[in-house]
Design a protein around this ligand. Structure first.
Ligand code: TRP
Length: 329
């Protein structure tokens, strides 16, 4: 049995990128593995520091996890800030993280550009906290989307550095995990590379049919291929990437053939795409709406999750502190 860890920041509703990146893979793994899945609410403080950003979103995202098929009986489903061991280990791991290395992280450089008036130290050490989330359960696998690859590489570096410094084989070096061969990157509908919460280019699990159809029909395209078998420009490749994620291989083949023979009608492709997205998300939407009203149930789940997560985290932290040399006198 393998140990698997993943989490998602509660900075907005879950979108298809989250669903295909971390969540769906995680759900597939929950039967066979020891799984930890959490709401990364500490991480969200790096960009969303106010109480109103948090409370509603944590409820929403927890409901969205469960509605998507995460089974709280099978996985340890918890809220990051309910596990104080995470914050304690964060102090310890910070001593192994070099500032130069953190400054070079793609996500940090990106945030420096995007929120120039709030380049806080939490943003800089975001990868350290993420490494803690992961290493504190000593897992083998971390199901995440492609955008998290670098963070995971840093997690492995810290694990290795700790092991080397103290001459132990304590932390594993976990791998990114996806059921397909490649990590999936779900593009945005505005032709940009990535579906994101802040970019306003996403389709959310909570969107209704009309909203989804409207968003998809408005997705950016070009004027169509002019020669057979020509290479697709990025915006079109992105639409096909979405299609691949949600539609059957036959459907993908059908539109690929149409493209290659210059007969493609983007309107038809989008109609099909919207329909296939709805098939996946509308049943989830219905569940989300039911679950998020049920405060008592959500509290029960969070409490149970916190207990299980703390047990696992506490063990790691205790051993880690012994290795470092605390508790010796
Ligand atoms: N950085 C991840 C994201 O933005 C969220 C996250 C925080 C995470 N801690 C994690 C993902 C640990 C996997 C494992 O989506």
């Amino acid at each position: 049995m393998e140990t698997v860890v993943s989490g998602i920041r509660p900075t907005g509703n879950l979108h298809l990128g989250n669903y295909f990146g971390a969540l769906r893979n995680f759900i597939k793994m929950q039967d066979q593995n020891r799984c930890f899945f959490f709401v990364a609410d500490l991480h969200s403080l790096t960009t969303h520091p106010k109480p109103n950003d948090l409370s509603g979103n944590v409820r929403q995202i927890l409901s969205e996890y469960i509605a998507s098929g995460l089974d709280p009986e099978k996985v340890t489903l918890f809220i990051q800030s309910d596990v104080p061991e995470v914050s304690e280990m964060y102090v310890l791991l910070n001593m192994l993280a070099y500032v130069g290395e953190l400054e070079r992280t793609v996500s940090f450089k990106d945030k420096v550009r995007k929120q120039q008036n709030n380049v806080n130290a939490g943003l800089l050490t975001y990868p350290v906290l993420m490494a803690v989330d992961i290493l504190i359960h000593r897992p083998n696998k971390v199901p995440v989307g492609k955008d998290q690859e670098q963070h995971l590489e840093m997690t492995r570096i810290y694990a290795r550095r700790f092991n080397n410094l103290y001459g132990v084989k304590f932390f594993p070096e976990p791998d990114a995990y996806n059921f397909g061969d490649d990590l999936i990157k779900i593009p945005g509908l505005d032709g940009s590379g990535k579906m994101g919460k802040s970019e306003n280019n996403g389709i959310f699990l909570i969107d209704d049919e009309q909203t989804i159809t409207k968003k998809v029909m408005r997705a950016v395209t070009d004027s169509g291929p002019t020669a057979p078998n020509s290479e697709m420009p990025e915006v079109i490749r992105n639409l096909f990437a979405l299609l691949k994620a949600v539609s059957s291989p036959d459907t993908v083949q059908h539109f690929t053939d149409k493209y290659n023979s210059c007969q493609i009608r983007y309107g038809d492709l989008k109609k099909q795409l919207a329909e296939d997205i709805c098939k996946i998300t509308l049943p989830i939407r219905k569940q989300i709406i039911d679950i998020r009203e049920n405060t008592e149930y959500l509290h029960k789940i969070a409490k149970l999750g916190a207990e299980k997560a703390r047990e696992s985290a506490g063990k790691t932290l205790c051993e880690m502190k012994k290795i470092i040399g605390f508790h010796q006198f």
